[in-house]
Design a protein around this ligand. Structure first.
Ligand code: GYE
Length: 325
């Protein structure tokens, strides 16, 4: 082969390789994920799920930031993602309000924002692309409906005598705290006029604060029939307080939590807790799917809900072995 023919053949071959690999390999996307902290079993499972799902994808690069329960840290992280021109932002809002300006900045920079788990306030929702996660209002309704059925079945509610409920709320101003309260109260107001929330305070979704607040409730109230905790960690903390006060959790006081983490299953199986409403933290795979759809130019739905159940002493033992978190 003449020299120039050889050179030409090499050139054509190289061009072929380059174009084939450009066609085959997807463009690498940088994903900025702003997590709120590590306050509960749920949160740790959620962080792991996202890190793991993104880590498995060679065409995605994760930039992770933990706000340690401080909104200002979270806003700083979002601004650094924008400055660094990430391709997409995934973010859980610690509380609903206060993110308008930074979301405007992301929009101006042309960076799509996918909320996972906790949404921002209704007036800022036009600034983000979609939200994926649970229906917290529905979780509150499920908790109240479970309680209604349970009390009826045990003959503990004649519809007249007051049922005294104490409530451990999640982080003040966060979507799950607002909406789990709303859903529970909606059912209570419509169907159970004799139920009364006699005390309600935040335990910040943590075991330690759940315990401390329950101790205060027990000192202030003589007759507590039910504890409704906005998450399992607070319920588990409260169980300790109830035991230390010489009462039997799950028997003297009916206990309902939300999340369905393994710790709650252990309490239900030991008879110290009565029910947990499932809220799945395993959002990583669906986040990755949404990012791929976006990269492929597809339009994402406005809301992506996870499908969830409810567990009590009738089905916890059967479900326990297959639980992933
Ligand atoms: O229920 C709680 C966590 O936002 C749904 O936050 C989440 C909640 C979850 O700390 O355990």
């Amino acid at each position: 082969m003449k020299k120039w023919t050889k050179a030409f053949a090499v050139l054509v071959f190289t061009m072929l390789i380059v174009s084939v690999s450009a066609l085959g390999a997807p463009e690498t996307w940088v994903v900025g994920f702003s997590q709120i902290g590590a306050e509960s079993e749920w949160r740790n499972a959620n962080t792991f799920s996202v890190q793991h799902a993104i880590g498995e994808e060679p065409s995605l690069l994760l930039v992770f930031s933990d706000a340690q329960q401080k909104q200002e840290n979270q806003i700083k992280a979002l601004r650094s993602f924008i400055a660094r021109k990430v391709d997409v932002i995934a973010f859980t809002a610690l509380v609903e309000t206060g993110y308008g300006p930074v979301l405007e900045e992301a929009k101006k920079a042309g960076i799509p924002v996918i909320m996972i788990d906790r949404d921002v306030a209704p007036e800022d929702r036009h600034l983000r692309l979609t939200i994926m996660g649970s229906d917290f209002v529905e979780e509150g309704r499920k908790a109240a409906n479970w309680l209604g059925d349970f009390l009826k079945e045990k003959g503990l509610d004649d519809g007249e005598k007051q049922i005294n409920i104490v409530e451990l709320q999640g982080t003040v101003g966060s979507a799950p705290a607002i909406e789990r309260k709303e859903g529970f109260e909606e059912v209570m107001n419509v169907k159970h006029p004799n139920w009364k929330i006699v005390r309600s305070q935040t335990g910040n979704f943590t075991r330690s604060e759940g315990k401390a607040v329950m101790e205060a409730f027990l000192k202030a109230e003589k007759n507590i029939d039910v504890l409704y905790a906005h998450n399992d960690d607070m319920a588990i903390g409260a169980i300790q307080a109830i035991q230390e006060a010489g009462l039997k959790p799950g028997v003297d006081i009916i206990i309902i939590g939300v999340d369905a983490v393994k710790g709650a299953f252990a309490e239900i199986l030991a008879g110290r807790m009565n029910c947990t409403v499932e809220c799945s933290p395993l959002l990583g795979p669906q986040l990755v799917q949404a990012i791929f759809d976006l990269r492929d130019g597809e339009t994402l739905p406005e809301r992506i809900y996870t499908i969830e159940g409810i567990f009590d002493q009738t089905n916890a033992a059967e479900a326990f072995p297959t639980r992933q978190y």
